[in-house]
Design a protein around this ligand. Structure first.
Ligand code: FES
Ligand code: FES
Length: 151
């Protein structure tokens, strides 16, 4: 039995400790907002926050989470930065197919939580690991800036 804290709730899961956190979230806890893209920490689709730090859940064994707080796309709207990012995403219609966007929102909200007014270089550095095959990068950058202005 492994116990993890997800979006403020303590959850007990009976699972092999080597199982990546992504599959615990999706298959055991039925939180399917976090996406599987590459499985090798290269695309960012599976990004969650671990104690506020954007983390690739596809490569993190659940046994290594410990007592750190996991936040997923289902819970990030409860934070100020997450709420502002989600609003900006809707206002600017950032999303195209949507597959990468949970990860994009998690990376963007982690950036905004630590840097209230990021410039282009800050945004590029924070978001460079999140791939969007639809090429929504220009709207993502604008969305982060709008969310920052509304802080
Ligand atoms: S699925 Fe985790 S980084 Fe691609
Ligand atoms: S919106 Fe389609 S992959 Fe990013």
């Amino acid at each position: 039995m492994i116990s993890i804290q997800v979006n403020g709730e303590q959850r007990d899961v009976e699972i092999d400790g080597d199982t990546p956190l992504l599959w615990v979230l999706r298959d055991v806890l039925a939180m399917t907002g976090t996406k599987f893209g590459c499985g090798i920490a290269q695309c960012g689709a599976c990004t969650v926050h671990i104690d506020g730090v954007p983390t690739r859940s596809c490569r993190l064994p659940v046994s290594q989470v410990g007592d750190r707080a996991v936040t997923t796309i289902e819970g990030v709207g409860a934070t100020s930065a997450g709420r502002r990012i989600q609003k900006a995403w809707l206002d600017l219609e950032v999303i195209q197919c949507g597959y990468c966007q949970s990860g994009q929102i998690m990376a963007a909200s982690a950036l905004l939580a630590t840097n209230p007014s990021p410039d282009d270089a800050d945004i590029d550095a924070a978001m460079s690991g999140n791939i969007c095959r639809c090429g929504t990068y220009v709207r993502i950058r604008e969305g982060i800036k709008q969310a920052a202005r509304h802080g």
